[in-house]
Design a protein around this ligand. Structure first.
Ligand code: NAP
Ligand code: MG
Length: 402
Protein backbone atom coordinates (compact mmCIF):
# COMPACT_ATOMS: atom_id res chain seq x y z
CA UNK A 1 0.00 0.00 0.00
CA UNK A 2 1.42 3.29 -1.09
CA UNK A 3 1.47 6.23 1.30
CA UNK A 4 -1.30 8.70 0.50
CA UNK A 5 -0.75 12.45 0.40
CA UNK A 6 -3.26 15.25 1.04
CA UNK A 7 -1.66 18.38 -0.38
CA UNK A 8 0.74 18.47 -3.33
CA UNK A 9 4.40 19.33 -3.17
CA UNK A 10 5.36 21.86 -5.81
CA UNK A 11 7.77 19.97 -8.05
CA UNK A 12 10.18 22.19 -9.94
CA UNK A 13 12.15 20.34 -12.58
CA UNK A 14 15.45 21.64 -13.97
CA UNK A 15 18.36 21.00 -16.29
CA UNK A 16 21.16 18.72 -17.42
CA UNK A 17 22.56 16.01 -15.11
CA UNK A 18 20.37 17.00 -12.18
CA UNK A 19 17.29 16.62 -14.39
CA UNK A 20 18.40 13.06 -15.13
CA UNK A 21 18.92 12.39 -11.42
CA UNK A 22 15.58 14.02 -10.61
CA UNK A 23 13.60 11.61 -12.75
CA UNK A 24 15.51 8.59 -11.44
CA UNK A 25 14.90 9.48 -7.79
CA UNK A 26 11.22 9.99 -8.44
CA UNK A 27 10.72 6.81 -10.44
CA UNK A 28 12.96 4.48 -8.50
CA UNK A 29 12.83 5.68 -4.90
CA UNK A 30 9.62 7.63 -4.38
CA UNK A 31 6.78 6.66 -6.69
CA UNK A 32 6.89 2.91 -5.89
CA UNK A 33 6.24 3.77 -2.23
CA UNK A 34 4.28 7.03 -2.22
CA UNK A 35 1.17 7.97 -4.12
CA UNK A 36 2.96 11.16 -5.07
CA UNK A 37 0.84 14.27 -5.34
CA UNK A 38 2.90 16.90 -7.08
CA UNK A 39 2.17 20.08 -8.97
CA UNK A 40 4.76 20.08 -11.72
CA UNK A 41 6.61 23.08 -13.13
CA UNK A 42 9.19 22.58 -15.85
CA UNK A 43 11.96 25.10 -15.29
CA UNK A 44 14.25 23.61 -17.91
CA UNK A 45 15.98 26.42 -19.76
CA UNK A 46 14.04 25.41 -22.86
CA UNK A 47 10.69 25.90 -21.19
CA UNK A 48 11.72 29.09 -19.42
CA UNK A 49 12.65 30.46 -22.82
CA UNK A 50 9.40 29.22 -24.38
CA UNK A 51 7.28 30.82 -21.63
CA UNK A 52 9.33 34.05 -21.51
CA UNK A 53 10.27 32.87 -18.02
CA UNK A 54 6.64 33.03 -16.91
CA UNK A 55 6.92 29.47 -15.58
CA UNK A 56 9.40 30.62 -12.91
CA UNK A 57 7.00 33.09 -11.35
CA UNK A 58 4.19 30.52 -11.59
CA UNK A 59 6.34 28.07 -9.62
CA UNK A 60 7.12 30.67 -6.96
CA UNK A 61 3.40 31.45 -6.63
CA UNK A 62 2.61 27.76 -6.29
CA UNK A 63 5.06 27.46 -3.37
CA UNK A 64 3.34 30.41 -1.73
CA UNK A 65 0.01 28.63 -2.20
CA UNK A 66 0.92 25.07 -1.21
CA UNK A 67 3.69 25.85 1.27
CA UNK A 68 6.24 23.22 0.18
CA UNK A 69 8.36 23.00 -2.95
CA UNK A 70 11.22 20.82 -4.15
CA UNK A 71 13.51 22.19 -6.83
CA UNK A 72 15.99 20.64 -9.21
CA UNK A 73 19.10 22.65 -10.16
CA UNK A 74 18.68 24.89 -13.17
CA UNK A 75 21.03 26.58 -15.63
CA UNK A 76 21.52 30.29 -15.17
CA UNK A 77 22.24 31.24 -18.77
CA UNK A 78 25.00 33.66 -19.69
CA UNK A 79 25.55 35.39 -23.03
CA UNK A 80 27.42 32.35 -24.29
CA UNK A 81 24.34 30.20 -23.63
CA UNK A 82 22.12 32.74 -25.37
CA UNK A 83 24.21 32.39 -28.52
CA UNK A 84 24.81 28.65 -28.37
CA UNK A 85 21.24 27.68 -27.50
CA UNK A 86 19.48 30.43 -29.44
CA UNK A 87 17.67 31.85 -26.40
CA UNK A 88 15.52 34.96 -26.52
CA UNK A 89 17.64 36.43 -23.74
CA UNK A 90 19.86 35.59 -20.76
CA UNK A 91 17.03 34.80 -18.35
CA UNK A 92 17.81 35.70 -14.76
CA UNK A 93 18.53 33.04 -12.15
CA UNK A 94 15.32 31.19 -11.18
CA UNK A 95 16.63 30.72 -7.65
CA UNK A 96 17.13 34.44 -7.21
CA UNK A 97 13.63 35.13 -8.48
CA UNK A 98 11.95 32.55 -6.28
CA UNK A 99 13.90 33.77 -3.24
CA UNK A 100 12.95 37.37 -3.96
CA UNK A 101 9.29 36.45 -4.45
CA UNK A 102 9.13 34.56 -1.15
CA UNK A 103 11.47 37.00 0.67
CA UNK A 104 13.16 33.80 1.79
CA UNK A 105 16.30 32.89 3.66
CA UNK A 106 18.40 29.99 2.44
CA UNK A 107 19.87 27.56 4.99
CA UNK A 108 22.55 25.13 3.84
CA UNK A 109 23.92 22.21 5.74
CA UNK A 110 26.04 19.24 4.77
CA UNK A 111 25.01 15.62 5.16
CA UNK A 112 27.47 14.12 7.69
CA UNK A 113 28.73 10.57 7.19
CA UNK A 114 30.64 8.32 9.58
CA UNK A 115 33.22 7.33 6.98
CA UNK A 116 33.80 10.80 5.60
CA UNK A 117 35.98 12.86 7.93
CA UNK A 118 35.68 16.57 7.03
CA UNK A 119 38.58 18.25 5.21
CA UNK A 120 38.84 20.63 8.12
CA UNK A 121 40.09 18.48 10.98
CA UNK A 122 38.40 20.45 13.75
CA UNK A 123 34.90 20.11 12.27
CA UNK A 124 32.82 17.56 14.15
CA UNK A 125 29.27 18.83 13.66
CA UNK A 126 27.46 20.30 10.66
CA UNK A 127 27.76 24.01 10.04
CA UNK A 128 24.53 25.60 8.85
CA UNK A 129 24.96 28.59 6.58
CA UNK A 130 22.07 31.05 6.56
CA UNK A 131 22.35 33.09 3.40
CA UNK A 132 20.43 36.32 3.11
CA UNK A 133 18.80 35.68 -0.20
CA UNK A 134 18.06 39.21 -1.29
CA UNK A 135 19.89 42.16 -2.79
CA UNK A 136 23.57 43.10 -2.72
CA UNK A 137 25.31 42.35 -6.01
CA UNK A 138 22.51 39.94 -6.91
CA UNK A 139 20.20 42.87 -7.43
CA UNK A 140 22.59 45.47 -8.79
CA UNK A 141 22.70 47.80 -11.71
CA UNK A 142 25.97 48.02 -13.58
CA UNK A 143 27.51 50.44 -15.95
CA UNK A 144 30.62 50.72 -18.06
CA UNK A 145 31.76 54.34 -18.10
CA UNK A 146 33.59 54.66 -21.39
CA UNK A 147 35.59 57.75 -20.47
CA UNK A 148 36.02 60.74 -18.21
CA UNK A 149 32.98 62.11 -16.43
CA UNK A 150 31.32 62.65 -13.08
CA UNK A 151 29.80 59.68 -11.25
CA UNK A 152 26.99 60.45 -8.81
CA UNK A 153 24.36 58.59 -6.82
CA UNK A 154 21.03 60.38 -6.80
CA UNK A 155 18.10 59.70 -4.48
CA UNK A 156 14.86 61.38 -5.54
CA UNK A 157 12.31 61.13 -2.71
CA UNK A 158 8.76 60.28 -3.81
CA UNK A 159 7.32 63.07 -1.68
CA UNK A 160 8.83 65.69 -3.96
CA UNK A 161 11.39 66.93 -1.46
CA UNK A 162 14.91 67.90 -2.48
CA UNK A 163 16.91 65.09 -4.17
CA UNK A 164 19.99 63.82 -2.37
CA UNK A 165 23.12 63.67 -4.52
CA UNK A 166 26.21 61.75 -3.45
CA UNK A 167 29.31 62.49 -5.44
CA UNK A 168 31.02 59.12 -6.03
CA UNK A 169 34.06 60.13 -8.04
CA UNK A 170 35.42 62.22 -10.86
CA UNK A 171 36.23 59.60 -13.44
CA UNK A 172 39.33 60.18 -15.55
CA UNK A 173 39.42 56.93 -17.49
CA UNK A 174 37.06 54.08 -18.46
CA UNK A 175 35.53 52.49 -15.35
CA UNK A 176 33.24 49.65 -14.38
CA UNK A 177 30.55 50.65 -11.93
CA UNK A 178 28.11 48.69 -9.80
CA UNK A 179 25.31 50.00 -7.61
CA UNK A 180 23.66 47.61 -5.23
CA UNK A 181 21.09 47.92 -2.50
CA UNK A 182 19.13 46.10 0.11
CA UNK A 183 15.89 46.62 1.98
CA UNK A 184 15.81 47.08 5.72
CA UNK A 185 12.66 44.97 5.91
CA UNK A 186 14.44 42.14 4.12
CA UNK A 187 17.45 42.31 6.45
CA UNK A 188 15.00 42.15 9.33
CA UNK A 189 13.13 39.10 7.99
CA UNK A 190 16.50 37.47 7.41
CA UNK A 191 17.56 38.09 11.01
CA UNK A 192 14.25 36.68 12.24
CA UNK A 193 14.51 33.58 10.09
CA UNK A 194 18.05 32.94 11.37
CA UNK A 195 17.03 33.46 14.99
CA UNK A 196 14.11 31.05 14.64
CA UNK A 197 16.32 28.46 12.95
CA UNK A 198 19.07 28.78 15.60
CA UNK A 199 16.56 28.41 18.44
CA UNK A 200 14.82 25.56 16.62
CA UNK A 201 18.04 23.60 16.00
CA UNK A 202 19.64 24.79 19.26
CA UNK A 203 22.79 25.92 17.51
CA UNK A 204 24.85 29.00 18.31
CA UNK A 205 24.18 31.93 15.97
CA UNK A 206 27.01 33.88 14.31
CA UNK A 207 26.79 37.01 12.24
CA UNK A 208 29.74 38.64 10.49
CA UNK A 209 30.06 41.46 7.97
CA UNK A 210 32.54 44.11 6.87
CA UNK A 211 31.27 47.26 8.56
CA UNK A 212 34.79 48.53 9.22
CA UNK A 213 34.90 49.30 5.48
CA UNK A 214 31.24 49.52 4.51
CA UNK A 215 30.22 51.66 7.46
CA UNK A 216 26.77 52.60 6.16
CA UNK A 217 25.62 49.61 4.11
CA UNK A 218 27.07 46.77 6.19
CA UNK A 219 26.85 48.97 9.27
CA UNK A 220 23.08 49.32 9.00
CA UNK A 221 22.71 45.63 8.20
CA UNK A 222 24.52 44.67 11.40
CA UNK A 223 22.54 47.17 13.45
CA UNK A 224 19.28 45.59 12.29
CA UNK A 225 20.57 42.07 12.90
CA UNK A 226 21.64 42.95 16.43
CA UNK A 227 18.35 44.69 17.23
CA UNK A 228 16.44 41.56 16.27
CA UNK A 229 18.73 39.29 18.28
CA UNK A 230 18.62 41.53 21.34
CA UNK A 231 14.83 41.53 21.13
CA UNK A 232 14.90 37.73 21.52
CA UNK A 233 17.66 37.53 24.12
CA UNK A 234 15.37 35.96 26.72
CA UNK A 235 14.49 33.20 24.26
CA UNK A 236 18.18 32.55 23.63
CA UNK A 237 18.85 32.40 27.37
CA UNK A 238 15.93 30.07 27.95
CA UNK A 239 17.00 27.75 25.12
CA UNK A 240 20.60 27.84 26.32
CA UNK A 241 21.69 29.00 22.88
CA UNK A 242 24.45 31.55 22.43
CA UNK A 243 25.01 34.19 19.79
CA UNK A 244 27.92 36.27 18.48
CA UNK A 245 26.82 39.23 16.40
CA UNK A 246 29.98 41.35 16.55
CA UNK A 247 32.22 39.38 14.21
CA UNK A 248 33.98 40.84 11.21
CA UNK A 249 33.41 38.55 8.24
CA UNK A 250 37.13 37.73 7.84
CA UNK A 251 37.37 36.91 11.54
CA UNK A 252 34.28 34.72 11.24
CA UNK A 253 35.93 32.80 8.39
CA UNK A 254 39.15 32.32 10.38
CA UNK A 255 37.20 31.16 13.43
CA UNK A 256 35.02 28.82 11.45
CA UNK A 257 37.97 26.69 10.37
CA UNK A 258 39.27 26.36 13.94
CA UNK A 259 35.84 25.56 15.37
CA UNK A 260 34.22 22.16 15.91
CA UNK A 261 31.08 23.25 14.00
CA UNK A 262 27.50 22.93 15.14
CA UNK A 263 26.69 26.61 14.66
CA UNK A 264 24.46 28.60 12.37
CA UNK A 265 26.41 31.19 10.44
CA UNK A 266 24.24 34.05 9.20
CA UNK A 267 25.80 35.56 6.09
CA UNK A 268 24.91 38.41 3.80
CA UNK A 269 24.07 37.37 0.24
CA UNK A 270 27.49 37.33 -1.43
CA UNK A 271 29.37 35.90 1.55
CA UNK A 272 26.66 33.27 1.91
CA UNK A 273 27.14 32.23 -1.70
CA UNK A 274 30.91 31.81 -1.14
CA UNK A 275 30.82 30.29 2.33
CA UNK A 276 28.22 27.68 1.47
CA UNK A 277 30.55 26.35 -1.24
CA UNK A 278 33.55 26.50 1.10
CA UNK A 279 31.74 24.71 3.91
CA UNK A 280 30.13 22.30 1.44
CA UNK A 281 33.40 21.12 -0.06
CA UNK A 282 35.07 21.18 3.39
CA UNK A 283 32.55 18.59 4.51
CA UNK A 284 33.15 16.40 1.49
CA UNK A 285 31.47 17.45 -1.69
CA UNK A 286 28.99 19.91 -3.09
CA UNK A 287 27.02 16.76 -3.82
CA UNK A 288 26.34 16.42 -0.07
CA UNK A 289 25.19 19.97 0.54
CA UNK A 290 21.48 20.41 1.19
CA UNK A 291 19.59 23.63 1.03
CA UNK A 292 16.24 24.97 2.17
CA UNK A 293 14.65 28.33 1.47
CA UNK A 294 12.40 29.48 4.31
CA UNK A 295 10.08 32.47 4.04
CA UNK A 296 9.06 34.58 7.03
CA UNK A 297 5.49 33.26 6.64
CA UNK A 298 6.66 29.66 6.81
CA UNK A 299 6.88 28.45 3.19
CA UNK A 300 9.65 25.98 2.32
CA UNK A 301 11.59 25.17 -0.82
CA UNK A 302 14.13 22.35 -0.72
CA UNK A 303 16.95 21.91 -3.21
CA UNK A 304 20.51 20.76 -3.69
CA UNK A 305 23.11 23.49 -3.23
CA UNK A 306 25.05 22.48 -6.33
CA UNK A 307 24.37 23.25 -9.97
CA UNK A 308 23.42 21.10 -12.92
CA UNK A 309 26.82 19.30 -13.04
CA UNK A 310 27.36 20.19 -16.69
CA UNK A 311 30.58 18.25 -17.25
CA UNK A 312 28.95 15.02 -16.09
CA UNK A 313 25.96 15.68 -18.34
CA UNK A 314 28.20 16.01 -21.38
CA UNK A 315 29.64 12.57 -20.60
CA UNK A 316 26.15 11.17 -19.92
CA UNK A 317 25.06 12.34 -23.39
CA UNK A 318 27.97 10.42 -24.87
CA UNK A 319 26.63 7.29 -23.24
CA UNK A 320 29.03 7.12 -20.32
CA UNK A 321 27.71 5.89 -16.94
CA UNK A 322 28.74 8.82 -14.78
CA UNK A 323 29.44 8.68 -11.07
CA UNK A 324 27.37 11.71 -10.12
CA UNK A 325 26.33 12.12 -6.51
CA UNK A 326 22.51 12.28 -6.10
CA UNK A 327 22.64 12.85 -2.31
CA UNK A 328 21.77 16.54 -2.14
CA UNK A 329 19.02 16.18 -4.73
CA UNK A 330 17.60 13.19 -2.87
CA UNK A 331 17.68 15.15 0.40
CA UNK A 332 15.74 17.92 -1.35
CA UNK A 333 12.98 15.40 -2.02
CA UNK A 334 13.09 13.93 1.48
CA UNK A 335 13.13 17.41 3.04
CA UNK A 336 10.03 18.36 1.06
CA UNK A 337 8.17 15.12 1.75
CA UNK A 338 9.01 15.21 5.47
CA UNK A 339 7.79 18.81 5.74
CA UNK A 340 4.63 17.95 3.79
CA UNK A 341 4.01 15.07 6.19
CA UNK A 342 4.60 17.34 9.19
CA UNK A 343 2.27 20.09 7.92
CA UNK A 344 -0.47 17.70 6.80
CA UNK A 345 -0.23 15.40 9.82
CA UNK A 346 0.85 12.36 7.76
CA UNK A 347 3.49 10.80 9.98
CA UNK A 348 3.90 7.88 7.54
CA UNK A 349 5.21 10.29 4.92
CA UNK A 350 7.68 11.92 7.30
CA UNK A 351 8.85 8.49 8.43
CA UNK A 352 9.28 7.37 4.84
CA UNK A 353 11.50 10.38 4.15
CA UNK A 354 13.64 9.44 7.15
CA UNK A 355 13.95 5.85 5.89
CA UNK A 356 14.99 7.06 2.45
CA UNK A 357 17.65 9.29 3.98
CA UNK A 358 19.05 6.53 6.17
CA UNK A 359 19.03 4.12 3.21
CA UNK A 360 21.30 6.58 1.47
CA UNK A 361 23.66 7.30 4.37
CA UNK A 362 23.95 3.57 5.17
CA UNK A 363 24.77 2.89 1.53
CA UNK A 364 27.76 5.24 1.70
CA UNK A 365 28.78 4.17 5.19
CA UNK A 366 28.87 0.54 4.11
CA UNK A 367 31.16 1.24 1.19
CA UNK A 368 29.19 2.26 -1.91
CA UNK A 369 29.81 5.84 -2.93
CA UNK A 370 30.26 8.12 -5.93
CA UNK A 371 33.56 9.40 -7.31
CA UNK A 372 33.36 12.86 -5.78
CA UNK A 373 33.70 11.54 -2.23
CA UNK A 374 35.56 8.22 -2.30
CA UNK A 375 38.95 9.95 -2.14
CA UNK A 376 38.04 11.36 1.25
CA UNK A 377 36.49 8.25 2.78
CA UNK A 378 38.07 6.47 5.73
CA UNK A 379 38.35 3.50 5.45
CA UNK A 380 39.07 4.29 1.86
CA UNK A 381 36.48 3.13 -0.70
CA UNK A 382 38.53 2.06 -3.70
CA UNK A 383 35.97 1.91 -6.48
CA UNK A 384 33.52 4.66 -7.41
CA UNK A 385 29.97 3.46 -7.94
CA UNK A 386 28.11 4.73 -10.98
CA UNK A 387 24.98 6.73 -10.37
CA UNK A 388 22.85 3.68 -11.21
CA UNK A 389 24.80 1.30 -8.98
CA UNK A 390 24.50 3.77 -6.14
CA UNK A 391 20.76 4.21 -6.69
CA UNK A 392 20.20 0.43 -6.85
CA UNK A 393 21.97 -0.01 -3.52
CA UNK A 394 19.76 2.66 -1.91
CA UNK A 395 16.67 0.99 -3.36
CA UNK A 396 17.67 -2.39 -1.92
CA UNK A 397 18.02 -0.93 1.56
CA UNK A 398 14.84 1.10 1.27
CA UNK A 399 12.80 -1.97 0.28
CA UNK A 400 13.89 -3.70 3.49
CA UNK A 401 12.78 -0.73 5.59
CA UNK A 402 9.29 -0.14 4.16
P1 NAP B 1 28.02 22.61 -10.47
O1 NAP B 1 26.98 22.13 -11.38
O2 NAP B 1 27.69 22.61 -9.02
O3 NAP B 1 29.31 21.74 -10.72
C1 NAP B 1 30.62 22.11 -10.39
C2 NAP B 1 31.49 20.86 -10.24
O4 NAP B 1 31.33 20.36 -8.92
C3 NAP B 1 31.09 19.72 -11.14
O5 NAP B 1 31.63 19.84 -12.41
C4 NAP B 1 31.59 18.53 -10.36
O6 NAP B 1 33.01 18.42 -10.46
C5 NAP B 1 31.28 18.94 -8.94
N1 NAP B 1 29.91 18.53 -8.53
C6 NAP B 1 28.85 19.34 -8.25
N2 NAP B 1 27.80 18.61 -7.89
C7 NAP B 1 28.16 17.32 -7.97
C8 NAP B 1 27.49 16.08 -7.75
N3 NAP B 1 26.20 16.05 -7.39
N4 NAP B 1 28.19 14.93 -7.93
C9 NAP B 1 29.47 14.95 -8.31
N5 NAP B 1 30.16 16.09 -8.53
C10 NAP B 1 29.52 17.26 -8.36
O7 NAP B 1 28.44 24.14 -10.81
P2 NAP B 1 28.82 24.85 -12.19
O8 NAP B 1 29.52 23.91 -13.08
O9 NAP B 1 29.44 26.11 -11.77
O10 NAP B 1 27.42 25.22 -12.83
C11 NAP B 1 26.72 24.44 -13.78
C12 NAP B 1 25.36 25.05 -14.05
O11 NAP B 1 24.57 25.00 -12.87
C13 NAP B 1 25.41 26.52 -14.47
O12 NAP B 1 24.50 26.73 -15.51
C14 NAP B 1 24.97 27.26 -13.23
O13 NAP B 1 24.30 28.46 -13.54
C15 NAP B 1 24.02 26.29 -12.60
N6 NAP B 1 23.86 26.40 -11.14
C16 NAP B 1 22.60 26.22 -10.65
C17 NAP B 1 22.37 26.23 -9.28
C18 NAP B 1 20.97 25.98 -8.80
O14 NAP B 1 20.05 25.86 -9.57
N7 NAP B 1 20.77 25.88 -7.51
C19 NAP B 1 23.43 26.39 -8.39
C20 NAP B 1 24.73 26.56 -8.92
C21 NAP B 1 24.92 26.54 -10.29
P3 NAP B 1 33.76 17.48 -11.54
O15 NAP B 1 33.26 17.89 -12.88
O16 NAP B 1 35.18 17.83 -11.29
O17 NAP B 1 33.42 16.07 -11.21
MG1 MG C 1 27.89 29.47 -4.59
Amino acid sequence: MKIKMKTPVVEIDGDEMTRVIWAKIKEQLIEPFVDLKSEYYDLSLENRDATDDGVTLDAAKAIKKHGVGVKCATITPDMKDVKMRGLKKAWPTPNGQIRAYLDGTVFRKSVILKNLPPGVRSWKKPITIGRHAYGDIFKNKELLMPGPGKLEMVYTPSDGSEPLVVHVDDITEPCMVSAHMNMESSARSFARACINMALDQKTELWFGCKDTISKTYHGRFREIFKEEVEARKDDFAEAGVGYITDLLIDDAIARSVRHEGGFLWACMNYEGDMMSDMVGSGFGSLGLMTSVLVSPDGKYEYEAAHGTVTRHYARHLEGEATSTNPTATLFAWTGGLAKRGELDGISELTKFAGKLESSLTETIESGTATGDIIGQTDPRIEKAATLDEFMDEIEKRLKKKV
